[in-house]
Design a protein around this ligand. Structure first.
Ligand code: GN1
Ligand code: MG
Length: 389
């Protein structure tokens, strides 16, 4: 077995459910997800059997879904199937340009033909194809990388833009509904046992000063100014796979949060993640800054594919979306710290507080640069080619 010693038996047993007669030769932890457990499984070539004969299927992703978060995992699998099938058909009808590859993770069947496996402990496992010759980065590298991250989200939205959102289930009720997170925060605040500190006070002040503005996107939706579409839900930098040779985006992974939502959640979250060169996990939260140049690159990549389906109102709320998704993640981490780390995996008791401070600092940096960010949105929006000259 690869990496740190022998995999635990339950891990091997789960992996084998998805290998038919193939032989699992390696399992290692993969990625840095905060919710599910993800592993990369290698199947020995000598023992390959269908469906592992294709070169790309020599390795696959094995995941244990966090069913405390995703309480109806069968809906998650349903959305995954709907969205991958939609994209497969769409690309069959209208392939993307030949100088690009674009892949969606495919759900791999278990031995009993179902698309998941529930082990004797009740854990929910599923397997996905691995996009080969590609990698992800936890932290944005440079403007070229940022452009590819934006391109990936634009491609994703574009490919799903003709799928009616009500075909997708709501796999995570309340996800990205900021007023709902505020309501939960208030409940937690009434009972929490966290000790007072300058950092906690900073968090309390950050939330108090922004709560009146926090319903901005939900109000726009209620007024009919913004509408639901299929969204990715978690388009952060490390969910975009880039070709190891060309650096071009080749796919978006982590499709568990695909559901009906506002594209603003995705665009805001993408810039939140992609414009922070310190990364979400930095200890040096005071240094964190939102880099508008990276935002410009992300929007350039995104709008190269998304310009056609964004309208006047959509553009009008982009700045708020960037600010709100950053604030919201800070609020979610902060609440989880106060609640005793019940949602996000934490390596130490203060981990979610540290993560919250990073997002709050980023929020302040966005606010301080509001004029510049709004100017970038206007410039990147540009004039549609059909209206030129
Ligand atoms: C969680 O598990 P992961 O890392 O893919 C979270 C996202 C956050 C992200 C922050 C279902 O995603 O909303 O933006 O952490 N996913 C869920 O890193 O809550
Ligand atoms: Mg995720």
């Amino acid at each position: 077995m690869q990496s740190r010693g022998k995999p635990l038996n339950h891990l091997l047993a789960a992996a084998q459910q998805f290998t038919l007669q193939g032989q699992v030769t390696g399992i290692r932890e993969y990625g840095s997800g905060n919710v599910n457990d993800t592993f990369l499984v290698t199947v020995g070539r000598a023992h390959l059997t269908l469906p592992f004969k294709a070169a790309g299927d020599r390795r696959f992703i094995l995941q244990r879904l966090n069913t405390r978060v995703f309480q109806r995992p069968e809906l998650v699998m349903g959305n995954l199937a709907i969205c991958t099938e939609h994209v497969r058909r769409r690309l069959g009808r209208a392939p993307i340009s030949p100088d690009r590859r674009w892949e969606m993770p495919r759900v791999l069947p278990a031995r009993d033909g179902r698309n998941y496996f529930i082990d004797p402990q009740g854990s929910f496992w599923r397997a996905l194809s691995f996009i080969e010759a590609a990698e992800t980065f936890d932290i944005i590298k440079d403007a070229a990388h940022a452009r590819e991250v934006g391109y990936a989200l634009g491609m994703f939205h574009n490919l799903l833009s003709d799928l009616a959102p009500d075909h997708l289930s709501d796999t995570l009720p309340g996800f990205h509904i900021t007023p709902g997170y505020l309501g939960h925060y208030d409940e937690v605040l009434a009972h929490h046992g966290a000790r007072p500190s300058p950092e906690v006070n900073y968090g309390l002040r950050m939330v108090a000063a922004r709560r009146a503005w926090a319903p901005v996107l939900e109000e726009a939706r209620a007024q009919g100014r913004l509408g639901l579409r299929p969204i990715h839900g978690d388009p952060k930098v490390n969910n975009v796979m880039v070709d190891t040779a060309t650096g071009q985006a080749v796919g978006m992974v982590d499709l568990d949060t695909v559901k009906p939502g506002l594209v603003h959640y995705d665009i805001g979250d993408c810039l939140r993640s992609g414009c922070n060169p310190w990364g979400e996990e930095t200890e040096d939260w005071q240094a964190v800054r939102f880099e508008p140049d990276l935002g410009q690159a992300i929007l350039k990549g995104y709008l190269s594919l998304a310009r056609d389906f964004l309208n006047e109102n959509d553009y009008a709320y982009l700045y708020d979306a960037i600010r709100l998704m950053t604030f919201e993640l800070g609020l979610r981490f902060f609440t989880d710290y106060l609640e005793g780390n019940v949602y996000f995996k934490a390596r130490h008791p203060e981990h979610n507080l540290a993560r919250a401070l990073v997002q709050f600092k980023l929020t302040e940096s966005i606010e301080a640069q509001e004029a510049a960010i709004r100017a970038i949105i206007i410039a990147q929006r540009g004039v549609p080619p059909s209206h030129e000259g």
